[in-house]
Design a protein around this ligand. Structure first.
Ligand code: ARG
Ligand code: ASP
Length: 752
């Protein structure tokens, strides 16, 4: 080690005794500044809605009471019990939560499971090598014995939903402080869980709805042997890539097929070659005639998170503060990636999935922010608050309970804004966008466990796969360039008082440039030398940890991280907990003040049904969009050899021969995707789209860009979900994949 870096490390060790002794750092930083060149560079339902579209993600067990009449009037042909019933088979028995964050549905009596290509992506990828590239070439298991196991992948059914609000809120008194209240609730939740009788393999989870006004116990059954059955080539399953992502008109065949396997009693089991296809009591039947414009549709799945009842001030902060900062960080990060991805095919491949991950929400936030502005979401919420205030003020009982709410929101949101921003930025810069910082978060835990040899070894073992995966794709120079690009954005948006002391001092007092500071984070470290790192990882992990701990880069990372977790995150959480309490009162007050309105609980990862119509929309600049896209559009977008718009030859051949099988519409066209006014969000990917009979007609996978603000402000004029037409999926399985055995196990309805 050179003299300059050992000296630095010693001083830094002193500093680490407490980062609050920040001024000592100036000494360090002056030395560093002098010497750094020697080392650094080595490296809505509350609105009046027309009857054709319905905002909301509804609880399946309440459909009968709340929605059935309206749904039937819109075109539902079956009773609500056919959708959700505890006592007899219903459609809900064919819906699963697929893996961590998607939905899937069962489409044959033998446990065949339909979900999106992007939901199955990492599993398809894990079965792909350069020689046998199933991601690129597609995969069609021609028999059950060819179906491929996926350790860790699960499929969870909902068995029943039980209201346990009374138990969970019993003994919770309004004048209790936060802590006592939460302790009581936690105790009651345990009690509620214990009270639910469970069959073998069942599990129960208690979840809060309406910001804690209601609690439901959800009994589930999780299957753990889920095998890959089929997937189209990526050029079909992800056709249009990031360019078309969140965009309509769309031409993506975003589907893949899996199968649930069970033990000899048809019960969940870990993978075993003796397991058999799950014999499903209910599976979705398929309407091969598809659906038409104006028809009723519903989407049944597991939406992740929405925020439909926030006050105007919260929306304003998203528009003015939060979205712009995170968008700008990702702008800079994506620009660096794109520069390299354009240079070579190898680079493109290396960064494809990382780029897609960062670009997905980057693009969503841009659409969301624009949508919130263009639909005047803040003014809309203010108008609601105005009429709410009028009603609250004119009624003494309501006034006494609720008039505190809006001023309190204002004060709390004023206080939280800086913390919220700092938090988003921390996760963007030190989590999502810098691979090194992300990796350091994992390694830090190992450092912490240095003196507990059992735990150390155990964690080391757990980390091993991640460590190897990290080096497979890590390019320290590009990562550093990304960090150098995003760090100025970070400094520009961060409230100075929430910067960690070393960063604040060098930037505001010592006047370092953002580039100089960001270089410090990547200051000569073993993390830029894969050989050295892996040599120690494989032979002497303790030595590796000791080396790491002595490095300036690591120490600075740690000071910065500790500052965030000691000074920013707890404050944020405390304020957020207070906001949540007020939000709960606000929610209750909305229900009391507007008793004529119907409310749905915000999405929270639980099973919901959304319904609407197959319908078009007109963008705010008056472009009228089509409802369906067709194979002709796929072919027009085709760019041979392109990374996003290439196509397999076989598809082009089938197109040229017009060999579409029986899957065309009345005019002989092969539909590819369609849109509808079903209220969906992230997590709804892979959800079945059903017609009025409950037959499968499509597969949800995305939303239109102008409508991505639906998580905060659903607007029936603009919000549409995007689905793959089931006829395209059947055509791909049958004609393209030549896998008719799968079609044969489905139940096809030709004249619904
Ligand atoms: N936007 C969709 C969702 O949020 C699809 C993402 C996958 N597709 C892609 N091109 N990245 O998940
Ligand atoms: N594409 C999303 C998903 O993966 C769905 C959405 O956000 O509309 O769940």
């Amino acid at each position: 080690m050179s003299i300059c870096s050992t000296a630095l490390c010693r001083i830094f060790d002193v500093i680490l005794i407490g980062y609050k002794m920040a001024h000592l750092l100036i000494v360090l930083l002056r030395i560093l500044q002098r010497g750094r060149y020697c080392a650094l560079l080595g490296l809505a339902s509350i609105l009046h809605l027309p009857a054709h579209a319905i905002e909301g993600m509804w609880l399946p067990h309440l459909l009968k009471a709340l929605n059935e009449a309206e749904m039937q009037q819109m075109g539902l042909k079956i009773p609500a019990e056919a959708i959700y019933s505890v006592n007899s088979g219903s459609l809900k028995d064919a819906i699963v939560r697929f893996g961590g964050g998607c939905t899937g549905s069962i489409i044959s009596p033998y446990g065949l499971l339909l979900t999106n290509h992007h939901c199955g992506y990492s599993f398809i990828q894990s079965h792909s090598t350069v020689e046998n590239n199933r991601l690129k070439d597609g995969f069609w298991a021609q028999s059950m014995s060819e179906e491929l196991p996926n350790p860790g992948l699960t499929a969870t059914f909902i068995r029943r939903i039980v209201d346990v609000t009374d138990i969970v809120l019993s003994g919770v008194l309004p004048d209790m402080d936060e802590r006592t209240k939460n302790a009581q609730i936690q105790k009651n939740i345990q009690l509620a869980r214990d009270n639910i009788p469970l069959e073998p393999h069942e599990d129960v989870q208690v979840k809060a709805f309406f910001h804690g006004l209601q609690y439901l116990a959800i009994v589930t059954m999780t299957f753990r042997d889920v095998r890959l059955v089929a997937a189209p080539p990526e050029s079909i399953g992800k056709f249009g890539g990031d360019t078309d992502n969140w965009v309509w008109p769309r031409h993506t065949g975003d589907f893949s097929l899996f199968r649930i396997y069970a033990d000899s009693n048809n019960q969940p089991s870990d993978y075993s070659p003796d397991n058999r296809p799950y014999r499903a009591p209910v599976h979705l039947k398929i309407n091969t005639k598809g659906i038409r414009e104006g028809d009723f549709t519903m989407v049944f799945g597991f939406p992740g998170r929405t925020h439909s009842y926030l006050p105007s001030i919260a929306i304003q902060q998203i528009i003015e503060t939060i979205d712009p900062a995170r968008i700008e960080v990702r702008d800079s990060s994506l620009a660096v990636m794109q520069k390299y991805m354009r240079k070579s095919e190898a680079m493109r491949l290396k960064y494809a999935s990382r780029h897609a991950r960062i670009a997905n929400y980057w693009k969503k936030w841009i659409g969301e922010r624009e949508g919130l502005i263009r639909t005047k979401a803040v003014a809309k919420k203010q108008a609601l608050e105005h009429s709410w205030t009028k009603k609250v003020q004119s009624n003494p009982a309501l006034r006494q309970k609720y008039s505190y709410i809006l001023p309190r929101f204002q004060a709390l949101y004023d206080s939280i804004e800086a913390y919220h921003l700092a938090r988003e930025l921390y996760y963007e810069v030190f989590g999502w966008n810098s691979e090194l910082m992300r990796f350091l978060h994992s390694l830090r835990r190992l450092v912490q466990l240095r003196d507990d040899s059992a735990a150390f070894r155990q964690y080391q073992k757990r980390l091993d796969t991640r460590v190897r995966a990290f080096w497979k794709n890590y390019d320290p120079y590009i990562d550093m360039e990304i960090f150098e690009a995003i760090f100025p954005v970070y400094l520009k948006h961060m409230p100075p008082e929430l910067l960690s002391p070393p960063v604040r001092i060098v930037y505001y007092e010592e006047k370092w440039t953002p580039k100089e500071i960001s270089e410090m984070f990547y200051y000569r470290t073993i993390l830029t030398d894969s050989m050295a790192f892996m040599q120690l990882w494989d032979t002497d992990v303790y030595a590796l940890v000791d080396t790491l701990q002595k490095e300036l880069a690591y120490q600075l990372f740690e000071v910065n991280r500790d500052f965030f977790f000691d000074e920013v995150e707890p404050q944020y959480r405390e304020l957020k907990a207070k906001i949540d309490e007020v939000q709960k009162d606000y929610m209750r007050s909305l229900m009391e003040v507007f008793p004529e309105k119907r409310f749905y609980p915000d999405a929270n990862g639980t099973l919901r049904l959304s319904y609407g119509k197959v319908e078009s929309y007109r963008s705010l600049d008056s472009v009228e969009y089509p409802v369906f896209t067709y194979i002709d559009g796929v072919i027009s977008k085709y760019i041979p050899g392109d990374y996003e718009f290439d196509l397999p030859h076989r598809l082009i051949e089938l197109y040229e021969q017009r060999d579409f099988g029986p899957y065309t519409d009345e005019q002989g066209r092969l539909p590819v995707c369609f849109i509808g006014s079903n209220h969906t969000t992230g997590g709804n990917s892979g959800s079945p789209a059903l017609d009025g009979h409950g037959y499968l007609v499509g597969l949800n996978f995305d939303r239109v860009w102008e409508g991505t603000m639906s998580d905060y402000n659903y607007d029936i004029r603009l919000c549409r979900n995007i689905m793959v037409d089931i006829r395209y999926i059947l055509f791909l399985i049958d004609k393209f994949g030549q896998c008719p055995r799968l079609i044969r196990e489905m139940t096809l309805i030709d004249n619904p």
